[in-house]
Write a protein that binds this ligand. Structure first.
Ligand SMILES: Nc1ncnc2c1ncn2[C@@H]1O[C@H](COP(=O)(O)OP(=O)(O)OP(=O)(O)O)[C@@H](O)[C@H]1O
Ligand SMILES: [Mg+2]
Length: 251
């Protein structure tokens, strides 16, 4: 059974159709990279998956459980919160809580949630995750005392702390200098090696090709092409994909 099945998602903003019927599925442990020009709907798709936005049509199924069906009524806020936990989201602009330390940023949501773990267990998990992110000496720093790359690694630890089935990234390195980009890509690559299931929207083509099992190319609200990462990026089937890739390499 696929871990995620997305069927015919459509989304309009102000009468303009932004997602025009997105369907794909992925297996547990897979990494999918999503590429495509600005405005093609990549962020909108991730926001619909995370139920930060509700699609007008279509269904989202995780582990066989229908999380979202546009033709049915939405659940109450508690149900919705539970459903959102199947996905984790890491944004371009880290969005850490400025008034909390790195460790508190990671442990806050699991502590508030009361998922049966003791506060000591949550604290230990937070320390372990930050250690995995190479931040064991930064746990008690506040976001303003951390570099962008460090802040993004805290944001990744924070998303992992809620044990999502699928971790989504929306251009996780676009706000970073090239030097800091490498350290964030490294931790994402380690997660891929550990078979974390991930969907990564990125403009880093070499990274998309090397880390992902499959690449999705989005164009004007549809998936124009999906296939093994090396095929789509090195030898795309569609002319439009070819154009997009060569427009990047000519800069
Ligand atoms: N809340 C909104 N209200 C109205 N229009 C929106 C909204 N969110 C997105 N859009 C429009 O939807 C289209 C797709 O936007 P989206 O952010 O999904 O693109 P993207 O592929 O992520 O682009 P980029 O690579 O620049 O991040 C754009 O034309 C955008 O202006
Ligand atoms: Mg975007």
């Amino acid at each position: 059974m696929p871990i995620l099945e997305v069927n015919n998602l459509k989304k309009k903003f102000e009468n303009t159709e932004i997602l025009k019927g997105i369907s794909f599925s992925m297996e547990e442990g897979q990494t999918i990279s999503v590429i495509g020009s600005s405005g093609s709907g990549k962020t909108t798709m991730l926001r619909c998956l995370n139920l930060l936005e509700f699609a007008d049509e279509g269904t989202i199924t995780v582990n066989g459980e229908k999380l979202f069906d546009a033709s049915e009524k939405l659940g109450n806020p508690d149900e919705l919160r539970e459903k959102r936990l199947h996905f984790g989201m890491v944004f371009q602009q880290f969005n850490l809580f400025p008034q909390y330390t790195a460790l508190e940023n990671v442990t806050l949501a699991p502590s508030l949630r009361g998922d049966g773990r003791s506060s000591e267990e949550i604290l230990n998990m937070g320390k372990e995750l930050l250690d995995q992110m190479g931040l064991s000496d930064r746990m008690n720093n506040y976001p303003h005392q951390l570099s962008g790359g460090q802040q993004q690694r805290v944001a990744i630890a924070r998303a992992l702390a809620l044990k999502p089935d699928i971790l989504c990234f929306d251009e996780p390195t676009s706000a970073l200098d090239p030097e800091l980009t490498g350290e964030v890509l490294r931790v994402i690559r380690e997660l891929a090696n550990k078979h974390m299931t991930m969907i990564i929207v990125t403009h880093e083509m070499a990274f998309a090709r090397d880390v992902a099992d499959e690449v999705i190319f989005m164009d004007s609200g549809i998936i124009l092409e999906k296939g093994p990462a090396a095929d789509v990026i090195n030898n795309p089937a569609k002319e439009r994909t070819r154009q997009f890739l060569s427009s990047l390499s000519s800069h």
